[in-house]
Design a protein around this ligand. Structure first.
Ligand code: G6P
Length: 616
């Protein structure tokens, strides 16, 4: 969702901002722009709807002698993508520029008041109110710092804002954050200060960061950054964290797309998630890096897993594992539903949130409810120092490296791996693991990367299959048990990457409605590894074949009987039944990727989608 970059330093501001915006593209956007203040005290704004290349063309006339500035990638909420609705927005005096991520819930009222008092509001956005309110406070004699702080107190909802302005005042950039709006992080390098919505555009410049919490404001001047509480104006002493992030994980290397690179990184991601946490002979699960409160975990009576999108699907798989390993009742909920239904929770409830970005607004909202009800919370995240890690009691770091493709792949597999490990850990602590040999299970887990590599080595099979399948408009994906959520994840991937309508169903549900859809025009993908549910899947596959359905089957290597039923077969390496989702997910990722490619779509940034959904 909206990306923010700001810069005050002695290098070429325009280039730094453009480079930062390029790095923010992965968040998903529809418009883009920058505002800079030149040495001759002029505010210049260049912005456009569309993507980076359109801005690059428009920017040739933008001044080069800039002292500081801000940039923004917009994901439309209020007002369609257009040049006027793009950020940065300015005031009537054209001295203030503002970029915003979030939703100003009382913007209609603010806009009405501003219009009545004579302000010329040109866009349809909620964001444009901000520079005009600041303008009013400045007209009343307030400094830019006071005016921005007073403006922040007038905005309802969750908002992350950066303000830049023409001024003699030493404070050149101001950033504030309220509610669960996306992140605001300050980065420090020699002779420069940065501000951004996440660290991705900053890691090539610095490894020192300070994160703003909700209710905080940062005043950035040449040699200093001062932090204050928005409410009390008290000066805050905030620490600088040192984060060594591998710059390579934000580069595409030899791959055509980030998504393909990330699909291929999955064997290593799984290794990273398991590293130093699983041991064999004797079997041991070590989650000491997660700061778990063992005495509280021993008293847990109920577990609720929450998440959105692919993270919710990982949670659905995790539910089955955790319930099996712990014997504790486990519920699963979509975070956006959970947060508005007054869930029954107490201090003996464990809430596990799956949120790779640490920023998803609905997941954070749900976590706040869980916190207010005193649940114990563990969050699974790919980024430390995010809002989710601050809200939870403990976290499990996925350690996959940055995921740039909007559609999750490696974070999905690593979230499942982390849930499996957590389930084993809880079961082991509570001595509830049923008839499975822990040592053997860990050995099988260790085999996943190798089996994934086997699957990925057959990538060339997917291009012709994807070409054949790309002409269809609807798909059904059926699975049972652990592979039902994988069917839903596969359907989500197809929707995201190829704009094809696809539904993931539990195979047993077919007869209760979807069966009437069967004809040659709706390919049905059946996830049918040869496990304990295979006979049930075979019954479903036979029923589809009897109705002349168009069947594609994912099954275990060596399965010969399936040839009589399926038009296409994708073979999977053999693996412990409990671990099959790690393998079955990957062909569906590859298939969706290649269908998207064969249709000529932008698979790294599918239309309308955002990587971190920071608004409701
Ligand atoms: C967006 C992304 C998905 C992701 C979901 C949840 O919809 O496009 O890929 O699965 O958000 O993200 P989270 O950061 O909460 O795991």
């Amino acid at each position: 969702m909206c990306g923010i970059i700001g810069y005050l330093g002695n290098q070429d501001t325009k280039n730094i901002l453009l480079n930062g915006l390029k790095k923010l593209e992965y968040r998903g956007y529809d418009s883009i722009g920058i505002a800079t203040i030149t040495a001759s005290q002029e505010l210049s704004i260049t912005k456009t709807s569309g993507k980076f290349p359109t801005l690059k063309k428009a920017i040739v006339d933008h001044p080069t002698n800039n002292l500081y500035g801000i940039g923004h990638t917009r994901w439309a909420t209020h007002g369609k993508p257009s040049k006027t609705n793009s950020h940065p927005h300015s005031d009537c005096t054209q001295k203030i520029a503002v970029v915003h991520n979030g939703i100003i819930e009382n913007y209609q009222e603010l806009r009405e008041k501003l219009t009545i008092s004579g302000h010329n509001i040109v866009s349809e956005t909620d964001s444009e109110c901000i520079p005009h309110i600041i303008e009013d406070y400045i007209a009343k004699g307030h400094s830019i710092s006071q005016a921005t702080q007073l403006t922040a107190s007038r905005l309802e909802g969750s908002n992350a804002v950066v303000v830049s302005h023409i001024t003699e005042d030493p404070v050149k950039l101001i950033a504030f954050k309220s509610g669960n709006a996306g992140g605001v992080v300050i980065g420090y390098s020699k002779n420069a200060t940065f501000v951004a919505s996440d660290i991705t555009p900053l890691i090539e410049h610095t490894s020192q960061f300070t994160y703003l919490n909700s209710g905080e404001i940062a005043y950035i001047s040449e040699n200093n950054v001062e932090f204050k509480s928005l409410k009390t104006s008290d000066v805050l002493q905030k620490e600088k964290v040192i984060l060594q992030v591998n710059n390579k994980s934000t580069q595409k290397g030899t791959y055509k797309h980030y998504m393909l690179k990330e699909i291929h990184e999955q064997p290593q991601s799984i290794v990273n998630t398991m590293k130093d946490r699983l041991f064999t002979a004797p079997a041991k699960i070590d989650l000491s890096d997660c700061n778990l409160d063992i005495s509280r975990l021993k008293n847990i009576e109920r577990i609720i897993l929450i998440g959105m999108g692919s993270s919710l699907h990982a949670a659905m798989v995790g539910k089955i594992w955790i319930e099996q390993f712990t014997g504790i009742p486990v519920d699963i909920d979509n975070a956006s539903e959970f947060r508005y239904r007054n869930p029954v929770i107490n201090e003996n409830t464990l809430v596990i949130s799956v949120c790779q970005s640490g920023e998803t607004a609905d997941t954070l909202g749900a976590m706040e409810i869980a916190k207010a009800k005193k649940a114990y919370q563990i969050t699974l995240t790919n980024y430390l120092e995010t809002q989710s890690t601050r809200l939870a009691n403990s976290y499990i770091h996925l350690r996959t490296g940055t995921e740039i493709g909007v559609a999750s792949t490696k974070t999905f597999l690593s979230s499942m791996a982390a849930l499996f490990i957590l389930g084993l850990f809880l079961g082991n602590e509570r001595k509830t693991i049923p008839n499975i040999n822990l040592n053997q299970t860990i050995l099988s887990l260790n085999q996943i990367p190798e089996k994934l590599n086997q699957l990925l080595s057959q990538e060339s099979l997917y291009t012709p299959l994807a070409k054949t399948l790309s002409k269809y408009r609807n798909f059904l994906i059926l699975g049972r048990g652990l592979n039902y959520p994988i069917g839903m994840e596969g359907a989500l991937k197809l929707k995201e990457l190829s704009y094809i309508h696809a539904e993931g169903y539990p195979a047993g549900e077919l007869k209760h409605g979807p069966i009437s859809l069967i004809d040659q025009n709706i390919p049905i993908i059946a996830i049918a590894p040869q496990d304990s549910l295979y006979p049930k899947m075979m019954t479903t596959i036979s029923e589809i074949a009897a109705r002349n359905g168009n069947i594609i089957v994912l099954t275990t290597e060596g399965n010969t009987e399936i040839k009589n039923f399926a038009e296409h077969i994708i073979y999977l390496p053999e693996i412990d039944e409990l671990l099959s989702p790690f393998l079955t997910a990957v062909p569906l990722q590859l298939l969706s990727y290649y269908v998207g490619i064969s249709k000529g779509y932008n698979v790294d940034q599918p239309r309308h989608l955002a990587k971190s959904v920071t608004v409701e």
